[in-house]
Design a protein around this ligand. Structure first.
Ligand SMILES: [Mg+2]
Length: 367
């Protein structure tokens, strides 16, 4: 099988909650996504996408995905999309870095492999431990009262795992976290995610104020060295996210016992192939995983569902998808949460139908 054609689509999404805010005053109200459709010489089509969370969250941005695809795409024509590892090795050999550009191609190749073999991606990733799974909900940064109110609203929707967007000053964040902790019920999980927003003295004040509380701390500071310093001052469990850019970064953090959980973002590590490799390593080493992407439309939501389904249950910490938080959709049957749980698609490949009309005409095509 050979890739014969690559169509690239642009899709604008608006955030249902209107503004989603996190540390250092960063926020988004709309998202600019890119969808890739691969067509093969046998007529099979596969879909992938990358939806950056604006340009300020990770080293990726919407126009960068498309510019990268204009550079990378022509070199992929004629390659066999079913040989995922060879495809990734090739992409890395002709383009250094820019994993977010390669992500939609990699996901589309998995979709093709599934359709060619008649199997869902989860089965091809080696397991289908669950048919549905719980997600967490991020509490957009606000006043303590607003964040408690958000948690209550999401609790009513079946959510039991809350990730608070903190990363302001210690004076702002300590009351936020304590207010939400005061409101949680038995069996619920609270993570305080600073998204790199604290410097050392702020982080130290926050963890000291939370000693003994049932809260996880996520990515307190920008660098691994700073996060290690915070970890040395607290016994609260630690999640690392922004610094986990791939296997080498994970192993460096692991060798220093830097965290209990890692947050794997598919487009940050460069696609589903690499996310699954990192997930496999983490679960073998006793580190639990949070599986998600910076943002996700219908395609990435499905890819994530397959990644979760193939994750050993004891290694699964939590997951997140974004498509249900966006007003626009390109798939009528993409996975969406019901009572806080997301079903894993059963059909071959991603297992979802793409509405070509909702996608519109391609922005550009490579043949
Ligand atoms: Mg995070």
């Amino acid at each position: 099988m050979k890739i014969e054609r690559i169509d690239v689509y642009q899709k604008t999404y608006t955030v249902v909650e209107e503004v989603y805010a996190w540390s250092r005053g960063r926020s988004v109200s709309s998202l600019d996504g890119t969808v890739v459709k691969l067509t093969t010489d046998e007529g099979l089509v596969g879909y992938g996408e990358c939806v950056p969370l604006g340009a300020a969250y990770m080293p990726s941005y919407a126009e960068g995905v498309r510019t990268g695809l204009r550079e990378l795409g022509p070199q992929l024509i004629g390659l066999d999309p079913l040989h995922l590892k060879a495809m990734n090795t090739f992409m890395d050999s002709v383009m250094a870095g820019h994993g977010y550009v390669k992500t939609p191609i990699d996901v589309a190749c998995w979709d093709l492999l599934g359709k060619a073999t008649g199997q869902p991606i989860s089965t091809l990733l080696g397991a289908r431990y669950v048919e549905d799974f719980p997600i967490y909900r991020a509490l957009s940064q606000g006043t303590p009262e607003e964040m408690v109110e958000s948690a209550a609203r999401y609790r009513a929707q079946g959510i039991r795992h809350f990730q608070m967007k903190v990363g302001g000053t210690a004076d702002e964040d300590i009351p936020r976290i304590k207010a939400v902790l005061d409101s949680v019920q038995d069996g619920e999980v609270v993570v305080a995610d600073a998204n790199t927003g604290w410097n050392l003295h702020q982080a130290t004040r926050v963890v000291n104020a939370l000693r003994g509380e049932r809260v996880y701390i996520e990515q307190p500071c920008p660098t691994l060295a700073e996060c290690l310093s915070v970890r040395s001052r607290t016994s609260l469990p630690m999640v690392l996210d922004e610094v986990i850019t791939g296997v080498p970064a994970f192993l460096e953090a692991y060798s220093q016992s830097a965290m209990d959980v890692i947050n794997i973002k598919v487009s940050r590590v460069g696609g589903l192939t690499k996310a699954a490799q990192l997930r496999d390593l983490a679960q073998d080493l006793g580190v639990a995983v949070d599986l998600e992407d910076a943002a996700s439309g219908d395609i990435m939501a499905s890819a994530l569902a397959h990644l979760v389904a193939s994750t050993r249950p004891e290694a699964f910490f939590t997951a997140s998808i974004w498509n249900y938080r966006l007003r626009e959709s390109i798939s009528p049957d993409a996975p969406r949460p019901e009572n806080g749980r997301v079903p894993v698609p059963k059909g071959p490949g991603l297992g979802i139908t793409i509405d070509q009309e909702a996608l519109g005409p391609p922005l550009f095509s490579i043949t």
